[in-house]
Design a protein around this ligand. Structure first.
Ligand SMILES: [Zn+2]
Length: 351
């Protein structure tokens, strides 16, 4: 209890720094345009070379290290600054431990079904309407291990009264793992961060609604690693024309917790860079350093292929990748907090 309240106080201090670092003017673009204009569904020019290079701003820690115990004055309503960042890495760490304790969770395994139940329960408890979307998954080979066919689910959480034909954004994270890994970083870190963001959004709703999705079967099942992202692909195909145009952006949280100086914001390299630019701008204004990158190894590719602005957050290399050593001790809570602060700043900038 003591640990928890200390942490909350510390984060409250950090939050104020984050809020003080944000201005509406500094937080741009594309996704801030009014809902009725230009649906950002046209795949425009491919990502320029600059997105493939790292370009960091100053290193962060103001977003994660409280440097003052003096509360800052409350922002005036007329200025409409982003709200304070209430991301609690202790909650996210608890979630990572829960999922890793379930063990390896190939999408066709009973362990995956247990993990999906757990995630659904968390999102329901946070106040969302939750449903499971089942899809057929072929047998294959995952990271060198034969895996069975199955019928796993995506877990989809919508805020009450959600209308999928109205503009919204999607934040997703894959819930499955390769068969030999308990997947603390890959990708309990992304799922637990997503759940924490979902709690935050319910408490302080965003101008654009957010649909949260835990995807099944992101990990490759053969074809030399080319057959992957089954759950997200199924979801995108299941969404019809006008509902698809209503998806103004998609964020895949995938491996967001190992220690790094910056938060990777990667596009798939075959669509618009508008979302990556918006997130990096919002993060910079909140004092969180990011690096740009191109990466096709996550569920954002399914959305990008459909012409939806999409990014992957995360992908820092680490020793325990796809092994039994991917356990909660690989996680650095400060990286979770950087990720949470960057996404929160972007979410506050929408609409
Ligand atoms: Zn992953």
């Amino acid at each position: 209890m003591a640990r928890s309240s200390t942490r909350r106080l510390a984060l409250a201090g950090a939050s104020l720094l984050v809020a003080a670092g944000c201005t509406t003017a500094a937080v741009t673009p594309a996704l801030v345009t009014p809902a009725s204009t230009a649906p950002l569904t046209t795949s425009t020019s491919p990502a320029p070379a600059s997105t493939a290079t790292s370009s960091s701003t100053s290193t962060v820690p103001s977003a994660v290290t409280p440097s003052t115990s003096t509360p800052a004055p409350l922002p005036s309503k007329s200025a409409r600054p982003p709200r304070a960042d209430p991301f609690d890495s202790a909650n996210a760490l608890d979630g990572i431990r829960e999922l890793a304790a379930i063990g390896p969770r190939d999408a066709a395994s009973p362990a995956y079904a247990r993990a999906a139940d757990w995630v659904g329960g968390q999102l329901r408890a946070a106040g969302y309407d939750v449903r499971e979307q089942a899809f057929d998954l072929p047998a294959g080979v995952s990271w060198g291990v034969r895996v069975a066919a199955g019928r796993p689910v995506n877990v989809i959480a919508d805020p009450p009264g959600f209308d999928p034909s109205r503009p919204h954004v999607v934040i997703g994270a894959h819930l499955d793992t390769v068969p030999q890994s308990p997947g603390a970083e890959d990708n309990a870190s992304g799922v637990a961060t997503m759940i924490e963001l979902a709690r935050m959004v319910r408490q302080q709703p965003t101008a654009l609604p957010v649909r949260f999705i835990a995807f099944g079967a992101e990990e490759a099942r053969g074809g030399n690693g080319t057959r992957y992202a089954f759950g997200s692909r199924h979801f995108v195909t299941s969404v019809g024309g006008s509902d698809r145009r209503a998806v103004r952006g998609m964020v895949s949280l995938d491996r967001v917790g190992v220690r790094a100086a910056t938060v990777p914001v990667c596009t798939g390299g075959r669509g618009t860079t508008s979302l990556a630019i918006a997130i990096r701008g919002a993060a910079r204004a909140a004092g969180v350093a990011t690096n740009g990158c191109t990466n096709r190894g996550s569920d954002h590719v399914s959305f990008e292929a459909a012409g939806i602005p999409a990014v992957r957050i995360g992908s820092v290399p680490y020793a325990g990748y796809h092994s039994a050593r991917d356990v909660p001790s690989v996680i650095d809570p400060r990286q979770l907090e950087r990720t949470g602060a960057a996404l929160w700043a972007w979410l506050r900038s929408l609409g």
